[in-house]
Design a protein around this ligand. Structure first.
Ligand code: CTP
Length: 395
């Protein structure tokens, strides 16, 4: 189901066509209008076009369950067209003061935004910053077109053509169930290798990237198992989560799920070394050794690569130098289909923050992505993996 948000600009009349076009392409469409939009077109128009009740206020529809929540849950895609500067900035700030912005905040649906405004407004830093924030959270923007604007100015800011917006919405609708029936195994987070009963060797991984991949795969209809090292993150909705501590426990949990999966995304930062003889109690400092004897942990992904079958295997390569070279080596050495390479020392990239800068490395070549939120990286990754998984299924 597509929830079509309509905000107040002269281009609202084109949203009527958009609603019809989406219905022609097989979508059920429910419209939510802001108060300003209703100054241009009445809810009756959309009600008649879509055959569905039109949401106009947080306080309407007392007969159903909480309206913004039911809309938020029902939506596969929330498309906002036309979207004013005001609403773009509110969405970026997480403000929720009407039915549309509250639904947008409550929904897990994919967001498509088609802005329409005066050229100067579109170019203002406040708007550009909000667009960048929303893009970083995975929103898809349908760029405004250049031409004559209703205010008489000529420039960028016209609502994109209805067909172009409909294409963007349909692309999101299609991928919203694209992994139905696919069994996905994701690992995330660090591992902790005990030194004694209270100390461990660990790393800075927050788990966010792997959790974002698991969450996105589940939202595309996949059956997802997430094997997670210790993180502070909540379980993603609709995902089976197996919590582990050590590399050895992670290996066990991954092996248990491996026979039943089609796609593995190994995002975990697995420790390469562990103390060879951890103490069972707490070491007292006077009795503690001055050097730690370490031993290698098992390389989980390499072991999976040796028994790959028809599965698609994805690894991560966290590097601080010669990023692509090392990523290509890992691709071959571990028998992978794709490596997500990142320079963990680059600004905005790496283990602990909300953003990442990655390159997808495959046997065919490389694709560099710009600085993005980890959710957007997860989306781009699954867009890329989707045809690979389907190609294997049909083998
Ligand atoms: N990996 C794994 N088991 C390990 C170490 C790493 O499965 N014991 C996986 C990671 O989850 C990641 C990939 O292998 O998907 C690459 O991990 P990375 O730490 O970048 O590389 P390593 O293979 O450990 O090599 P190095 O540390 O020398 O770069």
């Amino acid at each position: 189901m597509v929830v079509l948000g309509v905000t107040g600009g002269i281009a609202v009349y084109k949203a009527c066509d958009l609603a019809r076009e989406l219905m022609r392409r097989g979508c059920r469409v429910k419209v939510v209008m802001t108060a300003a939009a209703q100054r241009f077109v009445t809810p009756l128009t959309f009600r008649t076009l879509t055959g569905e009740p039109v949401g106009v206020s947080l306080w309407d529809d007392p007969a159903s369950r909480v309206h913004h929540i039911s809309l938020a849950d029902e939506a596969d895609v929330l498309a906002i067209a036309p979207c004013t500067a005001n609403v773009i900035v509110k969405l970026a700030q997480g403000r929720a003061d009407d039915l549309l912005t509250t639904t947008a905040l409550a929904t897990e649906a994919r967001l498509v935004i088609a802005p329409a405004m005066n050229t100067h407004m579109w170019r203002k830093d406040a708007v550009a910053g909000a667009v960048a924030t929303l893009r970083g959270c995975g929103a898809r923007f349908v760029e405004p077109a250049t031409g004559e604007l209703a205010c008489g100015d000529v420039g960028e800011g016209r609502l994109a053509e209805v067909g172009v917006i409909a294409d963007a919405v349909m692309a999101e609708v299609t991928c919203s169930r694209s992994l139905a029936g696919v069994r996905v195994l994701v690992t995330a987070g660090p591992t902790r290798e005990p030194i004694d009963a209270v100390r461990f060797i660990g790393n800075r991984s927050s788990g966010r990237q792997g959790y974002a991949v698991a969450d996105e795969a589940a939202r595309r209809g996949a059956d997802v198992t997430l094997v997670s090292g210790p993180t502070a993150l909540p379980d993603p909705f609709g995902v089976r989560v197996v919590r582990v501590e050590t590399a050895s426990e992670m290996h066990g949990a991954v092996e248990a799920a491996y026979s039943d999966c089609d796609l593995v995304v190994m995002a975990a930062a697995v420790a390469d070394m562990r103390p060879a003889a951890p103490a069972s109690g707490k070491l007292k400092k006077d009795a503690a050794p001055e050097t730690l004897q370490l031993e290698r942990t098992e390389d989980i992904l390499a072991a999976l690569g040796r028994r790959k079958g028809t599965r698609v295997l994805v690894g991560f390569a966290a590097e601080t130098e010669h990023v692509l070279e090392h990523a290509r080596e890992k691709l071959t050495a571990k028998n992978l289909d794709l490596v997500v390479a990142n320079d963990v020392s680059a600004p905005g990239a790496g283990f602990d923050g909300p953003t990442n800068v990655v390159v997808f490395v495959t046997p065919e070549g490389e694709e560099s992505l710009p600085l993005m939120g980890k959710e957007a990286v997860a989306r781009a990754l699954l867009d890329r993996l989707d045809p690979m998984v389907k190609g294997r299924e049909s083998c």
